[in-house]
Design a protein around this ligand. Sequence first.
Ligand code: 5CA
Length: 438
Amino acid sequence: MRLSRYFLPTLKENPAEAQIVSHRLMLRAGLVRQSAAGIYSWLPLGLAVLKNIEQIIREEQNRAGAVELLMPTIQSADLWRESNRYDDYGKEMLRITDRHDRELLFGPTNEELVTDIFRSAIKSYKDLPLNLYHIQWKFRDEIRPRFGVMRGREFLMKDAYSFDIDKEGARQAYNKMFIAYLRTFACMGLKAIPMAADTGPIGGDMSHEFIVLAETGESEVFCHRDLVAMDPPGADVDYEADLQPMIDDRTRLYAATDELHDEKQFLQIPEADRLTARGIEVGHIFYFGTKYSKAMNAVVTGADGKDVPVEMGSYGIGVSRLVGGIIEASHDDDGIIWPDSVAPFAVGLINLKTGDAETDQACESVYARLTARGVSVLYDDTQERAGAKFSQMDLIGLPWQLIVGPRGLKAGVVELKRRQSGEREEMSIDAAINKLAG
Ligand code: 5CA
């Protein structure tokens, strides 16, 4: 992509309304633009990151056996009356009336809708287990939308819903998502710690939140320090094997959010190992058994010929919140530092003297060769001064900067800078291309 043809409205000054660093950087780097309280437009650079995050989530959901579909944002109030949540959800639910005076709502979550789809199609235990997920916008009329996309009113969520014939199957479904979450967040360069959590309006008996530690996080959390150092499950994890030992390993040590915190138990941890911190909830999983299937009559015939209500769980990831979460975890004074896996472009190509025939030609050639080898490049071909180009590239945080100027070209070299470490290295154009495309 040529910067001269792109839409990248960056800001030089810190926007006054942004209280935390990720919100400031998202506005300054031109990732999002607020359209109403807690409601954002995703500008091209932000959208590219959002799509990369979606894709990482999707790949691991698929590996864990979940199946993608897409449910609508608008739902019928009648479905929510079946589960009795229509009234319970209160003011957080955005209620809508259509031209025929039918009551609709903008979905804050999808347990009812997915249960309705399930019950219309699945009648036998032979079709289980099943896990259906989608990545779709949600609306919750939060009292205090704040911190940009961290607590929005409209936000993107990955929500999965599992269906099993019995508790044992439901436990395995829960464990699969638990492991998939650890792998997913690690892929984005995040350390997410699973913590015992409250179930809130979703309900149920077992629940974990996945928390990324950050000073600006909204949740207060308490855990054993060893959990912070634990490695994520490897790429060779077998989702069909018994995952319980792996789960036990990661839930043995104390970890709880403030709602479920038990100070007595916490104080039994040696003081040096106690960690009290703040964190960002990037994922939340629930096992709620037959809460919705009983209320909505979603039954399947078991092996013994008897009908039983299906056992369910639901599994959410805050996709748009993750963009903020990743920035909280990875930035410096100059701007964002994207992990390679989610970066909107891999390389920022900086032309130090646009208009100089030799430099333009070298840049065009590098741009074409990298693009041909599948490397995504944002080519700064604008007339800005070199200093402004450098600071804008640092601000938007692409993992690599390739700097091409007339002086270097005379000596047969270009400069390659790694955004994260600030390390710079001079090398030939061929060497730079091989390194970036290798
Ligand atoms: N139905 C269940 C699981 S699919 C559910 O809705 N869970 S949830 O309420 O915990 O939301 C799932 C995830 O969405 C949260 O872990 C969080 O990362 C994200 N999320 C929730 N509310 C917001 C919000 N207002 N803004 C941004 N992200 C949010």
